[in-house]
Design a protein around this ligand. Structure first.
Ligand code: HEC
Length: 121
């Protein structure tokens, strides 16, 4: 047990990298429809939607905003968690629904932290 803990704590950076990589996958899958989510995909997204890099450099509280984006407009219209009730039938499906796991938020925040670090924030 102790040896296992020691082994785990020997690689904290690796674990954070894995989480950020998972966050990047989620962002490319679910967020890049509207946002430019990485410096490499500048040609995608909707031009009226701020890129992740713009959000991080323009908003001092970007960390808090990434941790709670699902509750901030316009996301409640298309994002819900696995355990949430399904979309009410009378709510029109104007856009593709995104269903996330709670732990996906940690991964998205880790990915935003990585983008921020790369950009010197
Ligand atoms: C249907 C389009 C759409 C999708 C999909 C989408 N967003 Fe957004 N997002 C927006 C728009 C538009 C804004 C700007 C809202 C504003 O300026 O008030 C925004 C703003 C944000 C903000 C800043 C919120 C704030 O309060 O300033 C964060 C963080 C964010 N999005 C994260 C995400 C993440 C993470 C995903 C994927 C899991 C995602 N978004 C998917 C359209 C989208």
């Amino acid at each position: 047990m102790l040896a296992m803990l020691a082994a785990l704590s020997a690689h904290p950076v690796l674990a954070a990298d894995d989480l950020a990589a998972r966050g990047e996958e989620i962002a490319e899958l679910h967020c890049s429809r509207c946002h430019v989510v990485s410096p490499e995909n500048r040609m995608t997204g909707i031009s009226s939607t701020p890129s992740f890099m713009i959000l991080i450099s323009a908003l001092p509280d970007w960390h808090e905003r990434f941790a709670s984006f699902y509750a901030r407009l316009p996301h409640p219209a298309h994002v819900r968690f696995e355990d949430d009730a399904p979309r009410p039938e009378d709510l029109p499906a104007t856009t593709k629904e995104v269903i996330l796991k709670v732990e996906d938020i940690d991964a998205i925040v880790a990915y935003a932290e990585k983008l921020a670090a790369e950009d010197g924030h």
